[in-house]
Write a protein that binds this ligand. Structure first.
Ligand SMILES: [Zn+2]
Length: 125
């Protein structure tokens, strides 16, 4: 099992007991190290550390991967989402599962298999 460090730039400055490491007389607060973390796709020990990273690096990251400079458009052709009735009863003969177009409000029935199939969509890609 490989351990990894929290990527928060200020992780070591949060003075919790679990960060205090080292021999008596030479203890230091250290960056947290674990097999996995819960935040930021497993890279950060806390939302604090995630936010510290974002506040420091988010502009560089956006410039690196491409900044959004014009509005994106959700069109009719790509506005289909899957939906179902939570309180559906088995004696209802109509299909519980359906595709709903977020723009036109059109509804089309789905089979349960189509609903469960994460690759199935009416959207054009
Ligand atoms: Zn951290």
């Amino acid at each position: 099992m490989t351990l990894k460090y929290c990527q928060g730039p200020d992780c070591h400055t949060y003075t919790t007991q679990d960060r205090l490491k080292g021999m008596k007389g030479s203890k230091t607060f250290q960056t947290r190290r674990r097999s996995d973390f819960y935040y930021g796709d497993g890279n950060f020990c806390s939302m604090n550390c995630y936010n510290d990273w974002a506040n420091k690096f988010v502009d560089q990251a956006i410039d690196h991967f491409g900044r959004v400079t014009t509005a994106k458009h959700l069109t009719e052709e790509n506005a289909w989402v899957k939906d179902y009735d939570y309180n559906y009863r088995d004696d209802n003969p109509k299909s519980n599962y359906r595709s709903v177009n977020k723009i036109t409000r059109e509804q089309r029935p789905l089979t349960e298999e189509q609903y469960d199939d994460t690759n199935y969509t009416l959207n054009e890609r």
